[in-house]
Design a protein around this ligand. Structure first.
Ligand code: GA4
Length: 329
């Protein structure tokens, strides 16, 4: 057997089969956030896919466009200037190719930022440019509201009272919100070879939900819950895409499943994405909501706080099943 080494430019970055037209998933659930049926549709999508697309979300196109163009301007700087923006104390700041602390690599560069209430935390020195910081803050304030509405709709659809049972975890003082701007440059060296560089390797998100928006370059793939087949998500720069995270899986005692996802690099076009990760305060206990447990139904998971889960998550590799160590024997 002949084992071919990766072309040097993508050395150390795993390769994936390039997606073709047949890989596109036309059945992504679409939720109209302004419609009365939104809560039911969201619960249905979370049960079937752990993933859905949100339209009629009310966020102005200008807010998304400004954040995108400022981010593009940031990443267009000389490498030495960007390197000065990180890495701060990991994981926050600018990063390139290295993901997390345990050796994962992807064909991307990014800004990882802590969010305090509805804006980039004062403790994050990066980004220092006022124009980028303001544009991202405007976007974060808007996307955070979308996340709250989605979590309120989840509570409504599941019949949980009070209506803010889930959204309050994120609205609370000290909630652990993270914002990420990812830039996946094209990788022309692999064009025509049938394979693509892994932009961001397969993983589930640890938080409650994540809300993603991209510039319209495809690359996001999700694993379907029945069979685990990887499908490509058709991009839509006007919509948001929502993932169920591990914590919401536990809060629903496995009724919702956190969705495995990854990003495949495009050979010709840059992809820029924004992801807002809605996490609770570190002390928040993550356990099935009592209203969701049927008569005699036990939690599938051991007791833990978000802080404990996060600490354990940072010791894992990206593709590890992080929840498995918290599943009851
Ligand atoms: C995945 C979701 C978010 O991007 C993130 C990631 C974090 C990081 O990039 O620092 C982690 C990853 C993510 C889960 C396991 C650990 C931590 C990299 C990694 C290998 C910011 C997060 O919260 O968890």
């Amino acid at each position: 057997m002949v084992v071919l080494a990766n072309p040097p430019v993508v050395d150390q970055i795993p390769l994936l089969r390039s997606p073709g037209p047949a890989d596109y998933f036309s059945a992504v659930p679409v939720v109209d956030l302004s419609s009365p049926g939104a809560a039911r549709a969201i619960v249905d999508a979370c049960e079937r896919f752990g993933f859905f697309k949100v339209v009629n979300h009310g966020v102005a196109a200008g807010t998304m466009d400004r954040a995108e163009s400022e981010a593009v301007r940031f990443f267009a700087q000389a490498q030495a200037d960007k390197d000065r923006a990180g890495p701060g104390y990991p994981p926050f700041g600018y990063g390139s190719k290295r993901i997390g602390l345990n050796g994962d690599m992807g064909w991307l560069e990014y800004l990882l930022l802590a969010v305090d209430h509805a804006a980039i935390s004062d403790g994050c020195a990066v980004p220092s440019s006022a124009a980028l910081r303001n544009a991202l803050n405007e976007y974060i304030a808007a996307v955070r509201k979308v996340a709250m509405r989605v979590l309120e709709a989840v509570a409504e659809g599941l019949g949980i009272a009070p209506a803010d049972a889930l959204s309050a975890m994120v609205a609370e003082q000290g909630s652990d919100q993270v914002f990420r701007v990812n830039h996946y440059p094209p990788c022309p060296a692999l064009q025509g070879l049938g394979c693509s560089a892994t932009g961001f390797g397969e993983h589930t998100d640890p938080q409650l939900i994540s809300v993603l928006r991209s510039n319209g370059t495809s690359g996001l793939q999700i694993a379907l819950q029945d069979g685990g087949q990887w499908v490509s998500v058709p991009s839509d720069r006007d919509a948001f895409f929502v993932n169920v995270g591990d914590s919401l899986q536990v809060l629903t005692n496995g009724r919702f499943r956190s969705v495995k996802h990854r990003v495949v690099t495009n050979s010709l076009k840059s992809r820029v994405s924004f992801i807002y990760f809605a996490g609770p305060p570190l002390a928040q206990r993550i356990a099935p909501l009592p209203q969701l447990l049927g008569e005699g139904e036990q939690s599938l998971y051991k007791e833990f706080t978000w802080g404990e889960y996060k600490k354990a998550a940072y010791k894992t590799r990206l593709g590890d099943n992080r929840l498995s160590q918290f599943v009851k024997a």
